[in-house]
Design a protein around this ligand. Sequence first.
Ligand code: NAP
Length: 537
Amino acid sequence: MNDTPHPYDAIIIGAGFAGLYQLHSLRRLGMKVRVLEAAQDIGGTWFWNRYPGARCDVESLDYSYSFDNALQQEWSWSERYATQPEILRYVHHVADRFDLRRDIQLGTRVASAVFNEATSRWLITTQAGEAFDAQYCIMATGCLSIPQAPQFPGLENFKGHWYHSADWPHEGVDFRGKRVGLIGTGSSGVQMTPEIAAHADHLTVFQRTANYSVPAQNEVFTPEDVAQAKANYGGRRARARETHTGHYLIANDKSAMEVNDEERTKEFEFRWRGAGGGFRMLRAFNDLMVNKPSNEKAGEFVRGKIRQTVIDPVTANLLCPKEDLPFGTKRLCVDTDYYETFNRPNVSLVDVKADPLVQATATSLRTQSGKDYPLDIIVFATGFDAMTGAVKAIDVRGRGGQRLADTWAGGPRTYLGLAVAGFPNMFILAGPGSPSVLSNVVHSIELHVDWLTQCLANARAGGVKSIEALQSAQDQWVEHVNEAANRTLYPIANSWYLGANMPGKARVFMPYVAGIPAYRKIVTEVADKGYEGFVLG
Ligand code: NAP
């Protein structure tokens, strides 16, 4: 253990999109800042998730920083939806361009963060025992950072290899000549399926819940596309800021129920074939996520597409999401040739809701009924302890030694998704209680970082040493977040938005669903009113 902790104005935990921009912004205030990153390199999510086919489901022109016009003018995206390697190259470019690396400490996993009430400062200690003393502790830990995999008994004896989508070997995996079992049909599994199928001897997809997937309609940009995008970048960003989710898209302002069948199908077709992408599909009508009959029309449309695409009717039927899962209430998947892949002779689909996987043997996965699926490679695309997992993995202790993990035992409680009562001078970027994962998360990150940077600048100018959310303000915010969610269909699904994918996790809808413009208005008003709902000490 280091006796004298290194003193900083702020410690930022995580060197993904959020941590990097927060570092850059606080440095501009003249603050002494250090970023602690567990991985061996920067990039956060995009460092870890390097599975075959990994790509962002937000368009590259939106899923990128907007804070510096020169940056967006000099960087050229090659595709509408960037691959993981391209996004990682972009992150490295940003780090180099703004000389960020000198304040980032890699390979450093934070073990604890303890608030000192006498000094209003945080003592942040790494797993290696190094200690940092900082006025502010900023969690840029990401929403999807703690991989989650079922603990199959016998996996330790499996003679083949197994991998999780979010902890993929850097050297890649050679699927040639192999029998591969893929567990999970969320965004990661859906992206991997066509890629693995193209190389493996045989791919068995183990599906528990059929989810909805829509085609990305990805395309390679021509030099003209890029030039045009750059010429219009200011306008694109301005429009994206005003959409519900912070993406550049056209939202239809009609209800799916106020148009006739022909017009409805035309709109869905336009979004399926032409515009592509999940967020565009969700905005095909203004009430898909709040009105069951409208939502069901979207569900029917996708099921129709699946039945048209998949030749074997039994497989098609199994791939069709059931009517008790409203369209889009689990994160809508965005794919390239997912459903088409099930027409390949080397791909089979297994229903593990009907007959769950229960154990691994030396050579297979076994279901409850005793059926064995012989495999050489098992791929877990089984998701994450989302939104709270990474923060709770750190032993965070606030006022009176209270543990954040205890405070959040019944679900995350924040004020504005930014701060937690009882944990002064600690902030969370794009976490629970904010639009976060329901939005273009890079936009949400920029919104949070800009807000927080201004808040800390004002605090410094005003001699404020401690910023703490009021319990009453937090309670009201949590209630508001819940009310907003309960006005939608989202809470119906057993999704990771609710923590329902994690055994024992409290079922609470975590992101703020009312959209970016509404959220921006609220946080701006809070700041304008002298940080209403916070105690500045
Ligand atoms: P996920 O959406 O949580 O999907 C996990 C899958 O694993 C689900 O199909 C789940 O089934 C299944 N599963 C879990 N445990 C299982 C078990 N014991 N047996 C059988 N199946 C099991 O995880 P993800 O696909 O990694 O995606 C997480 C999030 O990351 C996405 O929603 C998205 O926000 C983000 N992401 C984005 C992209 C992109 O930008 N294109 C790509 C990948 C990920 P149930 O549904 O029945 O629980």
